[in-house]
Design a protein around this ligand. Sequence first.
Ligand code: BG6
Length: 221
Amino acid sequence: MTATRRAFIFDMDGTIVDNMSFHTESWIAFFQRRGKDIDADEFFRATAGRQGKEIIRSHMGEHLNDDEVRVLNDEKELVYRELYEPHRKTVMGFDVLIALAKEMNVALAVATAAPNANITFTLDGLDLRRHFDTVVGAADVARGKPHPDVFLLAAERCGVAPEHCIVFEDAPLGVEAARRAGMRAVVLTTTLPAEAFAEFDNVIHIASDFSELTIDALFSS
Ligand SMILES: O=P(O)(O)OC[C@H]1O[C@@H](O)[C@H](O)[C@@H](O)[C@@H]1O
């Protein structure tokens, strides 16, 4: 009998790397330049996991065409990468967890709202891409989280059914996207406290980093 294939699907920003404060800082600078003040906490809860183009349209107007949105988003992401680069590193326990998962034949995927330039910056900058069976980003799907598209595409590319996938997330919109995809989620409290996830019935574990997680325990939750 062959064992059921299982997968870990990792959100990238705020999960593999603890960088969301740098995203927020770059959005604040971006909007300040245009005379708009934003509240950091409220902004994170409402936007983390959405694609940059969706965030720009919802704050600056649906009338913007694709080229205008791309230029604006590139400006924001460039600032983010400059700010975060000196701090770029994985969250504690991540490298050990994925090495163990590989040994146990668990498929590994990344599912992120980030554009390709940020995926390259993080996954290639930290030499992580080679560990993953697939990487799904903003360029691969039309809609960001809370839509389930990135997670469903990652699962499909891994050849694993949603009920055998565990998503790792730091943002409420990401956990909601996992819920809509029919997937369980492990929450990393890199950015928000555990209470922010109280409403979700698909959350099986909440942790401050990856070091306390046990693969068998997660799949049997
Ligand atoms: O899906 P992930 O990896 O958490 O990425 C989310 C982020 O992607 C970024 O590209 C956006 O600029 C952020 O504002 C957004 O929150």
